[in-house]
Ligand binder design. Sequence first.
Ligand SMILES: Nc1ncnc2c1ncn2[C@@H]1O[C@H](COP(=O)(O)OP(=O)(O)O)[C@@H](O)[C@H]1O
Ligand SMILES: [Mg+2]
Length: 271
Amino acid sequence: MITNVRAITSYDLSGIPTGMTERHEDWRVPINAPHVLIAGASGSGKSTTGRSILARICQLDVVLILLDPKRVEYALFRRRAAEFAVEPSEVVECLLRVDAEMNKRYAEMERASVTSWQHLEKVPLPILIAVEELAEFTPMARDTDAKAVSLLLNRFARLGRGAGIFMLASVQYPEAQTVSSQLRANMGYIICHRVRTKIESDVVFGPGAASLGIDAAALPASPAGLALIRDAHGFVRRVRADYFSEEDIGDIVDRCLHLGKLDLGGSSESG
Ligand SMILES: Nc1ncnc2c1ncn2[C@@H]1O[C@H](COP(=O)(O)OP(=O)(O)O)[C@@H](O)[C@H]1O
Ligand SMILES: [Mg+2]
């Protein structure tokens, strides 16, 4: 039974109900910001926050592309996903299909002389690419497939928005070796859970932020899952995601299997 969750009332991607702020206001995540990064140390609450966002998104007519190198956290949503990929080679193939879809959308937009996917006569479904651990796909990766994934993710970060393609990615620590500066520059909304040091926090909030009190290393471990966000007005708030159990997610997925249907030409069962 889901008791702690507010209802989604619209298809507005600019405010996905995700949890609460410390002032007991609704915390809504703009998933089209254009891309969302969830940072935080191991055990700080990244997967829980990602699951909360996905649990709400999967109730909307949004295509889900799930990249889960750990095979666990996002696998709960697998039946609802258009694509679910684990190994870097699978992920490359899957993202190339999404890339073909993006190119198709841009070609249609060009033919129709419009600049946004939302202005096409037949508006295509928005696509959310959720990456459970960005560190598996770094620009420095030795594995050529992992490196190719990193390049493709950069491409969606730059070009996805205009075609209705958005990203939700989590990472322990968004240092330059893991998150390229280009990717980072396009992550318009960052959710920062507890990190290990002030230095790590400053990587997220800017040099000197921690000394001004904006310090994700100072977040208490209890209650679990606290995070800092900077809202559209530049205010920093403490937030906490709603908790969805595996059972809750199973129930939601069962109800939402008809949503987000888009055939990208691959097989949705990839293992
Ligand atoms: N928002 C939350 N509400 C309740 N419990 C949470 C929340 N966030 C995290 N937790 C607890 O903390 C544990 C670790 O969180 P998790 O999301 O797995 O962290 P990470 O993915 O960063 O390693 C979860 O299993 C859960 O028990
Ligand atoms: Mg996790």
